[in-house]
Design a protein around this ligand. Structure first.
Ligand code: GDP
Ligand code: IMO
Ligand code: MG
Length: 423
């Protein structure tokens, strides 16, 4: 029986998961999303065209690959409908290639309103949510009130919907949401009708049967390890388990059926939204990285906060995920740097830390950097590591030694073709 490989982010999201899933998809029969929802924005670039996927797995452009949205994902019918229509407009036969779990939870218009309400209530302590209704939907899931894709097949669907909306209305009280609800609700039901042409499956059976039949499966993560609900920088996190364990609960795959775990990281580091980021560069260097790396959110367009790579955070992420190999992204963004820096540990009140302390948010965490000679050379045309500048190879070797994990994929540009698979 085959195992499920997992590809997920080791930082705060936007590492380039979509790009690499698309690159490796020809090796797989099935690509499956296991958590998150339209808070994700996964960018794919090929043939001079850019596509951003939010809910649909990044294997959708390749022929002969089935894409599964697992039970752990939360779906906004309005957003997924837009995604599907965009794909259909460029000739992708989505209906035949996309299967959706009956157990995936639905994001209602009132979940999005609750997200906005919650952030407004938090004021300065807001999470910086994408406001896609992710938190409230997972709250209803764990609170056992949620509405699932499979419910749409039952005759009392509207009744269940109304019950949940009433519950939300009682929370919202006199908050001003009538206009938003009036705008979203008709679109939501139209989108549910649109989705009725898709096959709803028991995805846990589907995936396990596929493995028994010798099919290969890749689980595609959303967000990143440092945004995990349990292991991220709580409360500045998303509401799902973004780590390898999330594959087990989000697809119904047993832990001993997990195969390779490919952890993705940028050659530097970014974060969008609030929360601790010890190696953040609130200066010209950070601004430079943002400009060169086009570090603006794929879902919200917000500026991404930029900084140097953070080894303690990466080591932690590798440990939690059991990463067996790594994919280093966006090295080309540092091409013009004479010198780059790597955060090796932190100082808190003069004391050395090589992990994130529990109350990091209330502490003055000083990153300590090691300076590394830059390669100062254009990497974007690199196709063979044998042609790579020595300083770049040294950077890779240094990271592999520090992280004790091989870097098997190196990405030197946003295009599908700008990817080097190392033997
Ligand atoms: P994801 O959420 O992990 O799929 O990542 P995003 O798509 O949100 O953000 C990654 C961004 O970096 C996208 O704009 C990609 O097109 C771009 N990108 C991916 N890999 C590379 C790379 O190696 N170099 C450069 N310059 N850009 C890249
Ligand atoms: P991909 O899959 C980067 C961040 C938000 C916010 C926090 C909570 O593209 O890597 P939420 O909407 O979940 O309530 O937001 O998490 N966030 C992401 N940051 N990439 C993502 O997804 C993200 N999804 C959520 O900015 O700080
Ligand atoms: Mg993204």
């Amino acid at each position: 029986m085959k195992k499920v490989d997992v590809l997920l982010g080791l930082q705060w999201g936007d590492e380039g998961k979509g790009k690499i899933v698309d690159v490796v998809t020809p090796k797989y029969d099935i690509i499956a999303r296991f958590q998150g929802g339209p808070n994700a924005g996964h960018t794919l670039i090929f043939d001079n065209q850019k596509y951003v996927l939010h809910t649909i797995p990044s294997g959708i452009f390749r022929d002969n690959t089935i894409n599964v949205i697992g039970n752990g994902v939360v779906i906004d019918p309005i957003i997924i409908r837009e995604e599907i229509e965009k794909l259909e407009a460029v000739g992708v036969d989505v209906v035949s290639k996309l299967l959706i779990s009956k157990k995936a939870h639905l994001i209602l218009p009132t979940h999005k309103i609750l997200d906005k309400y919650s952030e407004e209530q938090k004021g300065k302590k807001k999470i910086g949510s994408t406001l896609k209704g992710i938190g409230p939907t997972y709250m209803d899931k764990t609170g056992r009130n949620g509405l699932r894709m499979g419910d749409s097949l039952a005759s009392n669907f509207k009744e269940k919907y109304n019950q949940l909306v009433e519950k939300h209305q009682s929370i919202l009280g006199d908050y001003d949401y009538a206009d938003l609800l009036a705008e979203f609700e008709p679109q939501w039901f139209e989108a549910m009708d649109f989705l009725s042409k898709f096959t709803l499956i028991d995805s846990e059976h589907y995936i396990n049967n596929a493995m028994k039949d010798g099919k290969s499966v890749l689980a595609e993560g959303a967000q990143g390890t440092m945004l995990d609900i349990d292991f991220g920088t709580y409360p500045y996190v998303t509401s799902s388990n973004t780590v390898t364990a999330g594959t087990c609960t989000g697809l119904g795959v047993a832990p001993n059926r997990i195969g390779a775990v490919i952890g993705i990281f940028k050659a530097y580091c970014t974060r969008v939204g609030s929360g601790p980021f010890p190696s953040e560069l609130d200066n010209d260097t950070g601004e430079n990285i943002r400009k060169i790396g086009h570090e603006y959110g794929a879902t919200t367009g917000r500026d991404r906060r930029c900084g140097w790579i953070d080894l303690p955070a990466l080591k932690y992420a590798i440990m939690i995920n059991g990463a067996t190999e790594l994919s280093m992204m966006k090295a080309d963004v540092l091409d013009s740097f004479e010198e780059i820096e790597v955060c090796t540990h932190y100082l808190i009140d003069g004391e050395k830390f090589d992990y994130f302390p529990y109350d990091i948010d209330n502490l003055d965490v000083q990153p300590v950097y090691k300076k590394i000679k830059g390669w100062n050379q254009d990497l974007t045309g690199l196709t063979d590591m044998a042609d790579a500048p020595q300083a770049f190879l040294d950077y890779i070797t240094y990271l592999e030694q520090e992280l004790q994990t091989p870097i098997s994929i190196v990405s030197v540009g946003p295009d599908r073709a700008q990817t080097i698979i190392r033997k």
